[in-house]
Design a protein around this ligand. Structure first.
Ligand SMILES: [Zn+2]
Length: 228
């Protein structure tokens, strides 16, 4: 007997094209795709979790940095926001008191990396003090966004809060600004600032300490009630 050509074709059809095999293949592929999707979603969760943990770690290290800075202030015998008497210490003595990053800028006349200070884009209301001695330097209402990469102000708290010197280093003619109380290097002043002064005090954030206005106000009231 001669078999019908159609049934011969069915018999010779590859396994993967047979309806029952196709159904099985589809189910298997669906399971594989489903498993892959689960894997992708699980990996996404891991990536998101890692990102969140990294943010927490950054925040933690930033907070630790602040805490260390506060500890430093407590261990710094000349740090005071009330005492305006001049401070004259040798660099050897400063080295024992100050953390390395502050010492490098304040006493070594170094410059921090641009856009590295959290104060550069800060809009909080309050007062900026010298991180070396606690002398009030700038108020937040004189701060402006210069785009230069360092915290910028157009006017110091008072004439005496800052002292000036010519700086001809690196083949440039600049005016260096230093703390009026402890003579620590803060940064430079340029004549391209906004009104009313037309000045731009370009300051290294690492040598600044900030206190929010409300906290400063509460502290002032407490001291007024209980003068020490
Ligand atoms: Zn100072």
């Amino acid at each position: 007997m001669v078999k019908a050509p159609s049934s011969k074709r069915d018999v010779n059809k590859p396994d993967c094209l047979r309806p029952d095999k196709l159904a099985e293949l589809c189910t298997r592929n669906f399971v594989v795709i489903n498993l892959s999707m689960n894997k992708i979603i699980r990996n996404s969760y891991i990536v998101v979790l890692a990102f969140v943990l990294q943010c927490c770690t950054y925040s933690q290290s930033s907070n630790n940095h602040k805490l260390n800075r506060m500890d430093n202030n407590r261990n710094n015998p000349v740090y005071s926001r009330n005492d305006s008497s001049k401070v004259n210490l040798s660099n050897e003595e400063w080295k024992k008191i100050l953390p390395g990053d502050i010492y490098e800028v304040a006493r070594g006349k170094g410059t921090e990396r641009p856009w590295s200070s959290p104060y550069e884009n800060s809009h909080e209301i309050g007062t900026y003090y010298c991180a070396v001695c606690g002398n009030p330097l700038f108020r937040s209402d004189t701060k402006f966004e210069s785009g230069c990469g360092w915290p910028s102000f157009y006017e110091p708290v008072s004439k005496g809060s800052i002292i000036y010197d010519n700086d001809n280093s690196f083949g440039m003619e600049r005016t260096e600004v230093m703390c009026g109380r402890c003579k620590s290097h803060l940064g430079h002043v340029f004549k391209d600032g906004p009104p009313p002064t037309g000045l731009r005090y370009c300051i290294n954030g690492v040598v600044l300490d900030f206190e929010k206005a409300k906290a400063a106000g509460r502290k002032y009231d407490a001291e007024k009630k209980n003068p020490s």
